[in-house]
Design a protein around this ligand. Sequence first.
Ligand code: UP5
Ligand code: MG
Length: 196
Amino acid sequence: TGKDQALVIFVLGGPGAGKGTQSENLVRDYGFRHLSAGDLLREEQDRKGSEFGDMIKTYIKEGQIVPMEVTIQLLENAMNATIAESGNRKFLIDGFPRKMDQAVKFEEVVVPSRFTLFFDCPEATMRERLLNRGKTSGRADDNEESIKKRFKTFVEQSMPVVNHFEGQGKVVKVDATKEPDEVYQEVRRKFTAEGI
Ligand code: UP5
Ligand code: MG
């Protein structure tokens, strides 16, 4: 299907670091297709007749990582549909891989990533952003208790993925603490430096 010729950039960073916000900017200016693993899981959770709905709901509330078979399948389906419908093969994969097994499996069965765009942000800043968003987001995990669990999972399971790619020289790190526009300017400079 041409998936093996896709340009894949992973977008990682802690909960609330700004992955979704900055991905939207990149879609607008570079023509990427944005695939948020979290959004795909929330859609699957709400899909009538899904056999995974209850399971996904529990994992998200608890800040745990859904078994990779489910997430990789959702991502592959979305990539295939995009390529079939539009021919677009440029993907920003946001919030994935967040565990080592997922990183290895995805690069093996789908395509190796070009690099990982990593949004570096202290917990206190992310916490404040998430609690603020929680006032209106309706997200089941934007509350004190779930946020704590998401941070723990991020440190224990997702940072090793970032460190793994860092060891391969495949991480582009951006300071995510500034205003969204300033963060995006840094993203643009670094994409230019990467030849994107
Ligand atoms: N905001 C953004 N940038 C800002 C800035 N520079 N200054 C000030 N405010 C800024 O932003 C969060 C909030 O901050 C927004 O209100 C925004 O306006 C503001 P957003 O861009 O949404 O940040 P993002 O990093 O996308 O945060 P998100 O909450 O989506 O991150 P998570 O990684 O926690 O969520 P995700 O949806 O990826 O995953 C949710 C759950 O799904 C996981 O916990 C897990 O249970 C499950 N999951 C899996 O199991 N497997 C996967 O592969 C993926 C997810
Ligand atoms: Mg997001």
